[in-house]
Design a protein around this ligand. Structure first.
Ligand SMILES: [Zn+2]
Length: 352
């Protein structure tokens, strides 16, 4: 029995990671033309930060191939890399990765909004709100999940959901959209309904996967922009393509590509909106790479791509950063994930 278990533990992961899978896109979506870079001296009144959870360069290029060699993400004029290591590990998780992006400090794996010494750090959302801007989050997993939570909670565990939910109620966001209705009491939901201008918990737990979600994410991003643009002082919006990570953890290649394409369509909504609102900084990045994905084949003309995962977990590679709008030029080169928040603050002209 022991031997069978041992054999299974060796063979099953090998089997899962040695099969490459084909994804063929039926109909490509049309990406939005590149935005023109404004004069460097202009300040970003609005900031849209879009995080593809687990979205490495490989996930982006898989989506690019399947969308016949064109994406909104790859149309952004400035590109760089973000180093994802956290304070405790070479390979981070979404809590420490989200904290690095949100708060600009390296964190311990599994912890939210705390630096390595355990000191709470304010997130970009808090700092933007203090500067008089409206704030919002739109995600496809629960709104209490690690990435969004890094923008409003301080907790030694990403799994202290009740405390995280209470922190969201007190966060003062103007827009809250995602899954996680089951994480809140009726009273908490009532409070959020009253304090926000757009509030939707679309599922008890996570929103459905991309193949069942339709246009939910692109539509919610458009709704969020419509609400937030009413603030003359500008706004900060964080959008997460949360389930890219989940499908890559499951080594489900077609769904990983579909999630990345869905996220790209949401990026297209922002790019289109930016044509009328050029005083907006858009930063698209990831917290880490999931699945150790590699691309083994494909056909750009046919929209086909062949991918293979090497792990069910995260991998340690640096992830891409794409930027457009005022201050975008600062995001070029290889940077620590903790450098993103100060650069976003500088572009928006706000203090920590
Ligand atoms: Zn993950």
């Amino acid at each position: 029995m022991k031997r069978i278990l041992l054999l299974a533990s060796v063979v099953l992961p090998w089997y899962a990671s040695s099969c490459s899978e084909l994804y063929a896109r039926e109909r490509a979506h049309e990406p939005v033309a590149p935005v023109e870079q404004p004069a460097a001296a202009r300040k970003a009144r609005n900031v849209v930060l879009m995080i593809g959870d687990g979205m490495g360069a490989e996930h982006v290029w898989a989506a690019w191939l399947s969308n016949k060699g064109a994406l909104n993400i790859t149309n952004l004029p400035v590109t760089g890399f973000s180093i994802t290591t956290c304070a405790s590990h070479a390979i981070t998780d979404s809590a420490a990765g989200g904290t690095a992006i949100a708060c600009g400090c390296k964190a311990i794996k599994g912890q939210l909004g705390l630096d390595a010494a355990g000191t709470p750090n304010d997130s970009l959302a808090v700092q933007m709100r203090r500067a008089g801007k409206s704030t919002g989050i739109v995600v496809t997993k629960t709104v209490t999940d690690a990435t969004p939570a890094a923008f409003y909670a301080h907790n030694t565990s990403r799994y202290n959901t009740a405390a995280i939910a209470e922190a969201l109620v007190g966060a003062g966001f103007d827009v809250v959209a995602g899954g996680g209705a089951g994480d809140f009491t009726a009273e908490q939901k009532e409070k959020l309904q009253k304090s926000t201008r757009l509030f939707e918990l679309a599922a008890e737990k996570h929103c459905p996967p991309a193949s069942e979600r339709g246009d939910w994410l692109p539509e919610r991003v458009k709704m969020a922009l419509d609400v937030l643009e009413q603030d003359a002082d500008g706004f900060f919006l964080m959008v997460e393509g949360s389930r890219i990570d989940e499908s890559a953890h499951a080594n489900d290649f077609p769904e990983t590509v579909r999630e990345t394409l869905d996220f790209d369509r949401a990026v297209g909504v922002v790019l289109k909106w930016m044509k009328k609102h050029p005083d907006t900084l858009l930063v698209v990045t990831a917290d880490h790479q999931t699945g150790g994905l590699s691309l083994l084949g494909g056909n750009k003309e046919k929209g086909e791509v062949q991918g293979k995962f090497s792990t069910f977990h995260h991998s340690g590679v640096a992830v891409p950063v794409y930027a457009a709008g005022p201050g975008a030029e600062c995001f070029t080169g290889v940077q620590e994930n903790t450098a993103l928040a100060p650069k976003i603050r500088a572009a928006a002209g706000i203090k920590p």
